[in-house]
Design a protein around this ligand. Structure first.
Ligand code: G3P
Length: 218
């Protein structure tokens, strides 16, 4: 399973890269707005840290402008994945960019049939937003299960399922059990995966018992 960092925080991205937990980065207009930084230079900086796919999202909604924005974003670096919304115009942009060899991440996916269209349009990644479905009382991971089943039925599809809007470790656990290709998470959620009280207790006991030996390895 690939871990993408769902953030534009350069320190957090570097921290994950240093731990071998960074396979890519995703951003969106809200994440960029929250950073308070200039979009293109920030994406350039992220691409210097992350060798894997870096998703940079178009800002417009009409085909012609999204195409121009997408081509500009794709030109930033080889590992840019242009992010487009799951709309008719967005899928048309997806088809055009992917036909020209550009990675495309189709985002704001909330149904299995939307994901089917994205695969047919040549998306590199599909981003179903599980947390936002949970937020309205649905079960976001059911969407992942259905998309994986549909994609498995058609070997000609190569679109990777990129679980997005991840809120907690259970989303990651269920994604891994289902065989999703990627999860994109706030770095804080990834860091929660290290923690277990029995690990902490066990390590404390080892340290205490080692002290009693009076020995040193070095
Ligand atoms: O990558 C999509 C993700 O950023 C959306 O997450 O928490 O805004 O639903 P959220």
């Amino acid at each position: 399973m690939k871990f993408f960092a769902d953030t534009s925080d350069l320190d957090a991205i570097k921290d994950l890269a240093d731990c071998g937990m960074l396979d890519g980065v995703t951003t969106n207009p809200s994440i960029i707005a929250k950073s308070g930084k200039e979009f293109i230079p920030l994406i350039q900086e992220i691409c210097k840290i992350c060798d894997g796919p870096v998703s940079a999202e178009v800002a417009s909604t009409d085909f012609a402008t999204m195409m121009k924005e997408g081509e500009k974003l794709a030109g930033i670096a080889e590992n840019i994945a242009v992010k487009v919304p799951l709309t008719e115009a967005g899928l048309k942009v997806c088809k055009n960019l992917s036909d020209n060899g550009t990675m495309v991440n189709v985002t704001l996916c909330f149904s299995p049939l939307q994901a089917l269209l994205a695969a047919k349009a040549g998306a590199t990644f599909i981003s179903p937003f599980v947390g936002r479905l949970d937020d309205i009382g649905q079960t976001g991971m059911d969407l992942i299960a259905e998309i994986l089943t549909i994609y498995d039925n058609y070997p000609e599809f190569y679109t990777e399922v990129l679980v997005a809007s991840v809120r907690h470790p259970q989303h990651i656990r269920e994604s891994a059990l289902m065989g999703a290709d990627v999860v994109t998470c706030p770095p804080a959620v990834i860091k929660k995966l290290y923690k277990h009280p029995l690990t902490d207790n066990g390590l404390a006991a080892f340290v205490e018992d080692w002290k009693k030996t009076g020995q040193s390895i070095l």
